[in-house]
Design a protein around this ligand. Structure first.
Ligand code: MF3
Ligand code: CO
Ligand code: CO
Length: 283
């Protein structure tokens, strides 16, 4: 997801690319490889596994499918995935620390196929999650879907943000504001910024999501990050890892999608139906 451009002025509707049917086909192919990569990883997310080994499996899967990992070389990033555990909000760097029973982890993968970017992430459980972790993950998944279901021509980015925020806050959780979804296509991150809130109070003024109207042929991600505690972010010294300032648990899901004539098309739906944990009883 995007952060430094989250506040940039790239949400003018005229800056948002409108795509053709051939472009949709490119995104379907890329999206299915990205989602297939997460499907492949599902059985390997277990206590004792190092996240760097999951990243290596992702790298091999992506190359085997004649795709490229969009993240390698992206602003100096060196891995095929971001793996963000427990209080890591996003952009966690895969490493040698083994997962423990009860950990929750977001794995985010972006592939390039024929120039098209497929960007998706899901939550995974290592072993048995705690009740709160499970409630957070379920709420985040539902919040993403509340946002997705707003997508149709004539609706606005603000409608998406409000739908997500209402669901998260009804559960007494908070929405991260410093990172947002983004336009996606032949460019990894482009207009528009897709914020996951409708509004929030900033000092004594209210900050609103842009009311940019959606049009058929726009491509973007929806990728809410939801925290158990406060929404505030802290960046670690590695320059990538973003954690909750209050160390509370956090979760995220992400799809790449299009606005269609009467709604939306998800490019990154799971080929195996492994949409959310617990994957053994996915329905
Ligand atoms: N996939 C992330 C997103 O959803 C971006 C990761 S960029 C990286 O936009 F360099 F951190 F990998
Ligand atoms: Co993204
Ligand atoms: Co992503």
């Amino acid at each position: 997801m995007d952060n430094d451009s989250c506040t940039a002025d790239i949400d003018e509707v005229d800056d948002i690319k409108i795509h053709t049917e051939a472009d949709f086909e490119g995104m379907r192919v890329a999206g299915q490889i990205a989602a297939g990569c997460l499907d492949m990883l599902t059985e390997y997310v277990q206590p004792g596994v190092k996240t760097i080994d999951l990243d290596k499996r992702a790298y091999e899967y992506i190359l085997d499918h004649k795709a490229l990992p969009a993240t390698i070389g992206y602003r100096g990033y060196r891995h095929s995935t971001c793996i963000s555990t427990n209080h890591v909000i996003c952009h966690g760097i895969p490493g040698t620390k083994p997962l423990k029973n009860g950990d929750i982890a977001n794995i985010d993968v972006t592939v390039i196929v024929d120039g098209w970017h497929g960007d998706t992430s899901r939550m995974f459980y290592a072993g048995e999650p705690k009740v709160l972790a499970q409630r957070l993950v379920d709420t985040t998944f539902e919040a993403m879907w509340k946002g997705i279901k707003m997508v149709k021509p004539g609706a606005s980015l603000r409608d998406i943000g409000y739908a997500i925020q209402r669901h998260a806050e009804a559960a007494k959780f908070s929405v991260v504001r410093d990172f947002c979804g983004h336009g996606v296509g032949q460019v990894f991150h482009m207009a528009p910024n897709v914020v996951h809130y409708g509004e929030f109070a900033h000092g004594n003024h209210k900050h609103y999501a842009p009311d940019t109207k959606l049009k058929e042929g726009m491509f973007f991600t929806i990728e809410p990050m939801i925290n158990v505690g406060r929404p505030d972010v802290k960046m670690l010294k590695d320059g990538w890892t973003a954690v909750t300032r209050d160390k509370s648990l956090t979760a995220q899901f992400e799809h790449s999608l299009a606005v269609t004539k009467d709604g939306f098309e998800i490019f990154t739906a799971s080929p195996k139906g492994l949409d959310r944990p617990p994957y053994s009883s996915a329905s």
